[in-house]
Ligand binder design. Structure first.
Ligand code: AGP
Length: 593
């Protein structure tokens, strides 16, 4: 899941490419490169991050070019494997996001035809394929070349000496930014917001030819008049706004995100009559997602089964795609911040083929998930740049809570109160963000450990999973989230004075069982950090450190626990000097299987 860009217009391309790549770096940062037609194509690329590498690039004068930041899939992160890649003549140049599954067959054929393949990447093969078909019409050569590819691809292709770009996409996102006398191409919208907020979302199989003053898009064999859409995100939203990290900025944006998401929620009356709720009452709901979004979906199961009394089935999308029998399901809800996670998109296509109504809860307008779904509900988190999901996760929880309570309010007026109580959440979350020295102190302790456990019961169990994921992905401490009752069925063997346990304790029906669990952990002398409700004296007697939530309706503890765990993970990673926004080996949206 790399980030690709292209530019053709009046400006010097190199500066535009560098700027857009800096905004795409969360998609992968193993290597990067640019190519500019000066008018002969000049390429500069190497292993490493955009800022470190491209600021040392020689100046290429030219108004058309392309660029890439890589998340290595095929071929190690080296200079030769970095994109852009060229054909044997060096005249065909391209960047790619995706994976070619029939790589070895194509390699054998191309080498058999005498092509000199210099890198270990699947991408370079595409340049040689285009070379084979190139009879002067670059778009036609690209169209014929991609017919041979099995896999996913978003491509920007350029021929030396020309300021024309050819773009094509299949199972990998690509947008075109429409400017005055210029066009930009990128893997996603935040990259080009500094130049335009008018975008064209390419559909699966679309191929286009772009020059500074013309744009042609071919869809299903015929040329179309593309729909230019206005994006309501601003460049500022994708800046750090004075924070030292995007993650910290995005954590601090959560009060506003909660407000915006609540304001844009469908009204209870309309939702109650909605086809979605009616269908779910009949057949239950299948929830599908990956990573943090899966933890939000797991939280949804507790909410929907308890408050709507509707049975929920839950699957990790990547596993679901290899389940042979598609059990009867008439309604599926998929959660995906990016709306581009390959495993989720594949599951959506499978469910739609099976005649299932698919609802997407996503954060990105125009994303593939939004366009595939029968109904889309948007979280209003704005662009999320930090690889670790924070505000998008909270926004997903808010949508799920609000939909549940809206659905339940038809039968029980009490839920109307809960919906109004949710409007107080922004200030409660702000109170945690306002003062959290105790979280910083706990982080200093956790930073000393090599591994940690996060435990919770009931609806706090998915939050424990999320807390462990946050710590894992940005601090590289091996953390496991566990249903508290499961710890003694094996993981207890790992408890020691070096393995802190972070426990989420709500004074609900799980309270006594949690206290018993804490005592069992205490006697094994593992450091115990408990996050609990304000004024809970008992916790102080058991825990080495207590982090108290502000007093609020405990129904919303999972949301407050999440903010505490986000801050904890952030300060642990800060203490360890980790690359918080771009953790090693990760990427923001996983567009390959
Ligand atoms: C979470 O912090 C990670 N970035 C990752 O687990 C993420 O949640 C997962 O890749 C799913 O992404 P999506 O919500 O965009 O589909």
């Amino acid at each position: 899941m790399c980030g690709i860009v292209g530019y053709t217009g009046k400006r010097q391309a190199q500066g535009v490419l560098y700027d857009c790549l800096c905004r795409l770096e969360y998609r992968g940062y193993d290597s990067c490169g640019i190519a500019v037609n000066t008018p002969e194509v000049q390429v500069f690329k190497d292993a490493g991050k955009v800022h470190d590498i491209l600021q040392n690039a020689p100046l290429f004068k030219g108004t058309a070019g392309l660029g890439h930041t890589r998340w290595a899939t095929c071929g190690e992160p080296t200079q030769i494997n970095a994109h852009p890649h060229t054909d044997c003549t060096g005249k065909i140049c391209l960047v790619h996001n995706g994976v070619i599954n029939n790589y070895s067959q194509l390699l054998k054929r191309l080498e058999g035809n005498g092509h000199k393949i210099v890198s270990d990447t699947d991408t370079e093969l595409i340049a040689h394929l285009i070379e084979e078909y190139d009879k002067g019409d670059l778009e036609e050569a690209v169209r014929l070349a991609v017919k041979e590819i099995e896999g996913s691809y978003a491509l920007v292709v350029m021929r030396s000496g020309e300021n024309t770009l050819v773009v094509v996409r299949q199972d990998s996102p690509l947008v075109i930014g429409v400017g005055d006398g210029e066009y930009l191409v990128a893997s996603d919208v935040p990259a080009i917001l500094g130049y335009t907020n008018r975008v064209i979302y390419l559909d699966e199989g679309d191929i286009g030819t772009i020059s500074p003053d013309s744009l042609k898009i071919r869809r299903n064999g015929g040329y179309i008049v593309p729909l230019v859409e206005k994006v309501n995100w601003t460049q500022d939203e994708s800046q750090k706004a004075g924070y030292s990290h995007y993650m910290l900025k995005e954590i601090h944006e959560q009060p506003r995100v909660i407000q915006n998401t609540l304001i844009n929620m469908p009204l209870p009356e309309s939702f109650n009559k909605s086809e979605i709720l009616e269908q779910s009452r009949k057949t239950g709901i299948l929830f599908l997602a990956c990573g943090s979004s899966y933890h939000a979906a797991l939280t949804a199961r507790y909410l929907v089964e308890e408050h709507l009394n509707i049975p929920v089935r839950l699957e990790v999308a990547s596993e679901f795609n290899y389940m042979h029998r598609l059990l009867p399901c008439k309604l599926a809800v998929v959660l995906s911040q990016s709306g581009e996670t390959a495993d989720v998109l594949r599951a959506m296509r499978r469910l739609k083929q099976a005649g299932c109504m698919v609802v997407a809860i996503t954060n990105v307008a125009g994303s593939t998930a939004a366009r595939l779904a029968d109904h889309t509900i948007y979280t209003q988190a704005g662009p999320e740049i930090g690889v670790a999901a924070t505000k998008s996760f909270i926004a997903q929880l808010i949508v799920l809570y609000a939909l549940c309570f809206a659905g339940a309010s038809a039968a029980n007026i009490r839920y109307q109160d809960y919906l109004s109580t949710m409007r107080l959440l922004p200030s409660v979350v702000q109170s945690i963000l306002g003062s959290h020295q105790n979280i910083k102190d706990a982080a200093v302790e956790v930073a000393k450990s090599k591994s940690a456990f996060f435990i919770g019961r009931g609806i706090n169990y998915p939050i424990a999973l999320e807390g462990a994921l946050k710590l894992k992905e940005i601090s590289y401490i091996h953390a496991e989230g566990y249903a508290a009752g499961e710890l003694k069925h094996g993981p207890f063997a790992l408890l020691s004075p070096e393995t802190p346990v972070l426990a989420l304790v709500s004074r609900d029906q799980t309270y006594e069982a949690m206290l018993t669990g804490l005592r069992e952990i205490k006697v094994r002398r593992a450091p115990l950090i408990v996050i609990g409700e304000a004024g809970d004296e008992q916790l102080g007697q058991l825990a080495d450190r207590v982090i108290s939530l502000p007093s609020f309706n405990r129904l919303f503890n999972p949301i407050l626990f999440t903010v505490v765990l986000q801050l904890l993970a952030y300060y642990v990673a800060l203490e360890l000097g980790c690359s918080i926004d771009t953790p090693r080996n990760l990427a923001k949206s996983v567009t390959v299987e």
